[in-house]
Ligand binder design. Structure first.
Ligand SMILES: Cc1cc2nc3c(=O)[nH]c(=O)nc-3n(C[C@H](O)[C@H](O)[C@H](O)COP(=O)(O)OP(=O)(O)OC[C@H]3O[C@@H](n4cnc5c(N)ncnc54)[C@H](O)[C@@H]3O)c2cc1C
Length: 478
């Protein structure tokens, strides 16, 4: 009698893809091949290419729960070479390919309809942590990297608010957080990348080697190559976060406080948000100072800021602070509500009027209780050419993290329309979108999005993904 393991292994082998049928545009599994189906043999893999229902359904889903486009196969690579083999095969036969890191896009950005999704969770080794930098596979989560680095007394300079995102996923968009006021985005803190290009070359790139590829891939929305490994800057970690929450009754007081704090750099972390109250909105500045040993002088940190209506000061271990919303997000994710997020960058001068207008149009029903975040970052720290931000010395990040609960298709459609309208109003004042959210776009939007950098994007596409197989759902080039 075969035991359970034998049955499972035999089942997995039968479901494994062995060939591609170029006529029916489908994949042939071992079980189908055993009954006579034929096709073009796929290369031998260290990992597996699968077509089972569970894998396809998962790859057709993301945090947004709005777009659901099924691939025809999912690659679970066991090596960098697997990524290269499948990309070469896909390039030869013009099959769409997208990488899915942790699937935290909100509008199908990591989906590949009728193509292959590469699940990078199987490439998740931390190869090394030294003061010179961290070397990690693209599928490593920021939580794993922060845990490994802080154990060695080091830290990446910038954390996203939630750490369950993959390194490859945030390096493909930007990676912004409260420490961006000091260190720029996560993409501004990369030393070197190993990339499989859309035509299947494996290239190392950095500021001094294959610079054009480095410039294209960071914030490149998965269009030019697949990041398989990254070397990231680390800095010494402090042990403790002293956290300041200052509540203001009005928007101008909050943004004035944020601008003062940004200018003198008093906080290591600087964010802010509008909070819905029974009588309207209140405004919260969130600042943190990282320290080892003696706590900072609280009175000095509040000096010169508009007087808040309320102040709360707490201390917590650095990693607990960096990882503070992980459990909450995991709970929300399990509920699978739709999340039609709006994420924008605004020029400083127009920010207050834009946010005041947006809040006057926004009810708690439009956010589903999700937060409205906004905070300033200095433009000079944002160095990556394809992360498109306004031409302004200070740029405000604005995110409405909408949730639709209970699920309601009509509400989702209305909020997508609202997002588009808000995007157009932002563009009219020199704003851009941070393309992690759910803004319906057409191909015509992208030349305007990239502005003077559009030529760089097109050139890189022609050079590194000439047949346009990578991340087609972004709709940038096709
Ligand atoms: C709860 C939550 C909190 C968030 N907080 C923040 C935040 O604080 N700051 C912030 O900046 N963003 C934040 N985001 C957005 C997040 O950074 C992006 O959606 C990011 O792309 C998600 O990473 P992922 O691993 O889930 O990528 P996926 O959604 O799986 O992929 C995103 C895009 O990147 C491409 N991609 C993924 N991996 C690779 C790779 N290895 N090589 C090339 N392309 C690749 C995909 O094809 C796709 O186009 C948040 C999202 C969620 C859901």
């Amino acid at each position: 009698m075969p035991n359970r393991r034998h049955v499972l292994v035999a089942g997995a082998a039968a479901a494994a893809v062995v060939a591609f049928d170029p006529v029916g545009l489908g994949w042939v599994t071992q079980a189908q091949a055993d009954t006579g189906a034929t096709g073009l043999a796929v290369p031998d893999l260290d990992g597996e290419l699968v077509t089972d229902e569970a894998a396809l359904a998962e790859a057709a889903e993301d945090y947004g729960q709005i777009a659901h486009r099924r691939p025809r196969a999912v690659l679970r690579p066991a090596s960098v070479e697997d990524v290269r083999r499948v990309v070469r095969f896909a390039d030869r036969h013009r099959i769409a390919v997208a990488v899915r890191g942790q699937g935290h896009s909100t509008f199908g950005q990591a989906q590949a309809p009728a193509g292959v999704v590469i699940d990078s969770r199987t490439l998740s080794r931390v190869h090394g942590i030294t003061p010179r930098g961290a070397v990690v596979d693209a599928g490593v989560t920021w939580f794993d990297l922060f845990s490994a680095a802080t154990a060695a007394g080091l830290t990446p300079p910038v954390a996203t608010d939630y750490l369950g995102l993959s390194v490859g996923g945030t390096l493909s968009v930007g990676g912004i957080g409260g420490a961006s006021s000091r260190h720029g985005l996560q993409v501004d803190n990369v030393l070197e990348l190993l990339v499989v290009t859309g035509d299947g070359r494996l290239l190392t790139c950095s500021p001094t080697q294959n610079r054009d590829l480095f410039d294209a891939v960071l914030g490149g929305l998965g269009q030019y190559g697949i990041i398989v490994r990254a070397t990231l800057r680390l800095i010494p970690a402090k042990t403790t976060a002293r956290v300041y929450r200052l509540t203001y009754a009005d928007l101008p007081s909050l943004t004035a406080a944020q601008r003062i704090a940004l200018a003198d750099g008093r906080f290591d972390y600087l964010e802010g948000q509008a909070v819905s109250t029974p009588t309207g909105w209140s405004y919260l500045l969130e600042g943190a100072v990282y320290h080892s040993g003696a706590a900072p002088d609280d009175a000095k940190l509040a000096r010169g800021l508009p007087t808040p209506a309320a102040t709360e000061v707490t201390s917590l271990p650095y990693l607990d602070w960096i990882n503070r919303i992980y459990a909450l997000v995991e709970q929300l994710k399990a509920l699978r509500f739709a999340n039609p997020w709006l994420n924008l960058f605004l020029p400083d001068k127009a920010t207050d009027a834009y946010i005041a207008d947006l809040l006057s149009r926004t009810t708690p029903a439009d956010t589903g209780g999700g937060p409205i975040l906004f905070y300033p970052v200095p433009r000079k720290r944002l160095t990556r050419p394809l992360v498109s931000v306004p031409d302004s010395p200070t740029v405000f990040v604005l995110s409405i993290l909408r949730t639709v609960a209970p699920p309601d298709e009509t509400v989702v459609r209305k909020l997508l329309t609202d997002n588009r309208a808000a995007y157009e109003r932002a563009r009219a004042i020199g704003g851009t979108q941070y393309p992690i959210g759910s803004i319906p776009t057409t191909r015509a939007d992208w030349p305007r999005h990239y502005g003077a950098e559009y030529g760089r994007a097109r050139k890189a596409k022609a050079q590194y993904d000439p047949r346009g197989i990578l991340a087609p759902e972004q709709g940038i080039f096709s």
